[in-house]
Design a binder for this molecule. Structure first.
Ligand code: VG1
Ligand code: CO
Length: 544
């Protein structure tokens, strides 16, 4: 291995992974040694790479290809045996998770900043997934971070770039680089989980959908699965070509960022079903004709209808939701007689529950659902789950949602984000709230009494690890809640997220405007946090 180069490096203090890996501006990653340091810290944390194999791929955003070349050379210099890479460097986050499990590799590296914008002036990210296919738990991300603080050198190779577009194996010193089809294994897995025949015949009978791939990673996956294998028309996919800057948009499947889809779904000739996925393919938004399914409701509906799906026909062992996600799924779990776990925000907290078969389905309010089929949330999986339910029930999304509310009641839910706040101000808001939690219980706000108020701390029931400070909870005696937490995925300033929900059992009151229903709680949330005064803002940057 004569071409190995050991480079003396400078250290960076800001490489602690957040909710989902290390996310920074592209320009930060472009600094000399920046990416290399993180990758070397990861390799040092993993220990001996000899004889080991890793999956590598990303969402195709700007800098994806550069980063892959850097990682290939460093992997070779660090003695890794094999890297399995998606063609063109492309792999969705769920596809990486699927491949790690299928190929039984040591883990995988995902290059993505998910729903954050892409391009030279936008965001990039890197995340490590362990051998179960899921995001590395905090213990490991913390070890990587500690490594970055003491790192003195990294190893790389003086060698030309690899052709990422040629399927097949190439040798880089003792490293085998295997370029594979990005879609096939994932598509096969979906076919094994769902009733494709039933969905196919629904399309044959004229069922129409519109899927917005947002110029991100899911275009090729949707094309293979929805068009080629299920028979949807090719026109059903919009923004289907992955672009390095996502066409200039936010690849965020929300009403705000999928405007074209929302418009298509609100016309007289709207298709029967609308959906979108995010930059790296792990999020989903589900729409009916002129009808939005809230992600928290979606999790509850999937849980309630899981017996219709071949993969879940034998029942669910349990379910889990992140703490700020609405409590809609709790009611379904109670009715099914299964346990419902409440975890901190971020998919890594579901891993142990899935591995130990305590849960089968899980989800987050932030447009993410998933199951034990992999260890990441999965956008197209959720789309197929919905299509399978529609095919079996012969009801449209709105009917499915309304009958769900009829049976279980409706959890009105919203999230107010204050973006790009000054870090000190955001920390002050949180510190004030934390202090208040000690004295709030028993007090009355928005016509309700506070029954619990704390800074959520999670104890993992499998490994007993604890994760404190996961968000301020203010819970009322009628089930309403206000939650505050700071985002861990942003790249500039701080984002305060305020999550607000209330429950309505009366089906005559299920057609009201969410912001209107929640207005007293929203006012209480603003008052308790003094967010407007402290941030000098007149309102949230985004309302979801
Ligand atoms: C956000 C969401 C969280 C999600 C995370 C990663 O984190 O709130 O639910 O797991 O993004 O999703 P935060 O810390 O900004 O609230 V993705 O699709 O961006 O990988
Ligand atoms: Co994502």
């Amino acid at each position: 291995m004569s071409n190995i180069k050991t480079v003396t490096t400078i250290r960076f203090q800001d490489q602690r992974p957040g909710t989902s890996g290390l996310r920074k501006k592209v320009s930060t990653f472009q600094q000399a040694h920046y990416l290399e340091n993180f990758v070397q810290a990861l390799f040092n944390t993993l220990g001996g790479l000899q004889g080991k194999s890793l999956i590598l791929g990303g969402d195709g955003r700007y800098y994806n290809r550069n980063a892959i070349q850097v990682i290939i050379k460093m992997a070779a210099a660090n003695g890794l045996k094999q890297l399995i890479i998606g063609k063109g460097g492309l792999l969705s986050t769920p596809a990486v998770s699927c491949l790690i499990r299928k190929q039984q590799t040591l883990g995988g590296i995902v290059l993505s900043a998910s729903h954050n914008p892409g391009g030279p002036d936008a965001d990039f990210g890197i995340k490590y997934n362990i051998d179960n296919g899921g995001p590395a738990p905090e213990k490991i991300t913390e070890m990587i971070y500690q490594q970055t603080l003491s790192l003195q050198q990294y190893h790389t190779l003086d060698t030309p770039d690899i052709d990422l577009d040629q399927i097949g194996s190439q040798q880089v010193e003792s490293l085998q680089v295997k370029i594979i089809d990005s879609v096939e294994d994932y598509a096969d897995m979906m076919e094994a989980l769902f009733d494709f025949e039933n969905i196919r015949s629904m399309f044959q009978q004229g069922f129409r959908l519109c899927f917005d791939a947002m110029h991100a990673i899911t275009g090729p996956y949707a094309n293979e699965i929805l068009v080629k294998r299920l028979g949807a028309s090719p026109q059903s996919i919009i923004r289907g070509t992955p672009l390095t800057d996502f066409g200039g948009g936010h690849p965020d499947p929300s009403l705000d960022h999928a405007k074209e889809l929302v418009e298509i779904m609100s016309t007289d000739k709207a298709p029967d079903f609308g959906a979108a996925s995010d930059g790296d393919g792990d999020r989903n938004m589900i729409l009916g004709k002129d009808f939005f399914i809230s992600p928290s409701d979606s999790l509850a509906i999937l849980t309630a209808n899981a017996q219709l799906i071949p993969a879940y026909r034998d029942g669910l062992s349990g379910v889990a939701r992140s703490m700020p996600t609405s409590q809609a799924v709790d009611r379904v779990a109670a009715a099914l007689g299964i346990e419902c776990f409440e975890t901190p925000t971020g998919w890594k907290f579901f891993g142990n529950l899935l591995d130990s078969n305590k849960i089968t389905l899980c989800g987050e309010e932030s447009f993410g659902n998933g199951s034990n089929h992999i260890r990441e949330k999965d956008g197209l999986w959720a789309v197929l789950f919905w299509l399978n339910i529609i095919a079996c029930s012969e009801q449209n999304p709105e009917q499915i949602c309304r009958s769900h509310w009829q049976q279980y009641g409706r959890n009105y839910y919203t999230r107010h984000d204050y973006e790009a706040l000054d870090n000190d101000i955001a920390n002050t808001i949180m510190a004030n709230l934390r202090q208040q939690t000690e004295t709030l219980t028993g007090k009355s706000y928005a016509g309700r009494n506070i029954s619990l108020s704390d800074d959520f701390s999670y104890r993992d029931p499998v490994d007993n690890s604890t994760s404190p400070h996961q968000g301020i909870r203010i819970c009322f005696d009628d089930g309403a809640r206000i939650i505050y937490r700071l985002s861990g995925t942003g790249t500039s300033g701080a984002t305060l997220r305020i999550y607000i929900e209330t429950y309505e059992s009366d089906s005559d009151k299920h057609d009201r405007d969410t912001q209107d229903v929640l207005k007293e709680l929203i006012a209480a949330a603003n008052e308790l946090s003094a967010v407007k005064t402290l941030s000098e803002r007149t309102g949230p940057s985004v309302i979801v």
